[in-house]
Design a protein around this ligand. Structure first.
Ligand SMILES: [Zn+2]
Length: 221
């Protein structure tokens, strides 16, 4: 099933141009594995990038768009490095992970060292936090609410299994939600199965409700 909520054009363009950092590149690559619509978009952007190069006049022309294309030629991006490609798949449950993420996790899911964040919520940090960017998997029990929170910066969520719902809509496998500091929400996971999400955040979440403030010290995404 094609996802309903896609990666933004901004993300796809930056991905096509090879300009995303490791964390967001992993998130977009994982979405693309699940989304024919965005795969076609990225292909179109890449073809467009190639056409721009072919149409270039002999004299250099300075523009941002051009820089993007030129950078792309300089550094052909080959996808996020697979850290544990050699490890065999140990976890049956990891098979639901799209390839880019499965490679990243060495085919493990249940045997990862999950950290308990609160009732029904566990977290695994995929990439060590650096330059304020946090990359983690969240595993949320069915019908569980994440306390009401806002965002100090941007936060991108990709649903891998199950679903959740917030004030803006419902998100299922393959869907991406990009939140900025304007969004305050209270996501609740669906009742059908555990919800797994890949989350890339560039600032800690700010909790607004009382439950959230109590939880805040433990929730370091
Ligand atoms: Zn998409």
């Amino acid at each position: 099933m094609t996802p309903h909520h896609h990666a933004s054009d901004e993300l796809l363009l930056a991905y096509a141009a090879g300009r995303l950092d490791e964390s967001l590149a992993l998130l977009v690559a994982t979405h693309l594995a699940l989304c024919p619509h965005c795969r076609a978009e990225v292909e179109r952007m890449e073809v467009l990038g190639g056409t721009i190069i072919e149409d270039l006049p002999p004299a250099p022309v300075a523009s941002d768009a051009l820089d993007v294309v030129l950078d792309r030629l300089d550094e052909e991006w080959e996808g996020p490095p697979a850290r544990s490609r050699m490890e065999k798949i140990e976890d049956e449950s990891a098979r639901m992970l799209p390839q880019p993420l499965r490679d990243y996790l060495g085919g493990r899911l249940n045997t990862l060292k999950w950290r308990k964040l609160g009732p029904g919520v566990r977290q695994f940090q995929i990439i060590p936090r650096r330059e304020g960017i946090a990359t983690s998997l969240l595993r949320i029990a069915p019908n569980t609410a994440i306390p009401h929170h806002g965002h100090g910066g941007s936060e991108h969520t990709l649903v891998l299994a199950g679903s959740y719902m917030d004030e803006t809509g419902q998100f299922r496998r393959g869907d991406v939600q990009s939140a900025d500091d304007e969004l305050t929400h209270r996501p609740v996971s669906g009742g059908e199965e555990e919800c797994y999400c890949l989350i890339v955040a560039d600032a800690p979440l700010r909790f607004t409700g009382l439950a959230g403030r109590i939880l805040q010290p433990f929730l370091r995404f």
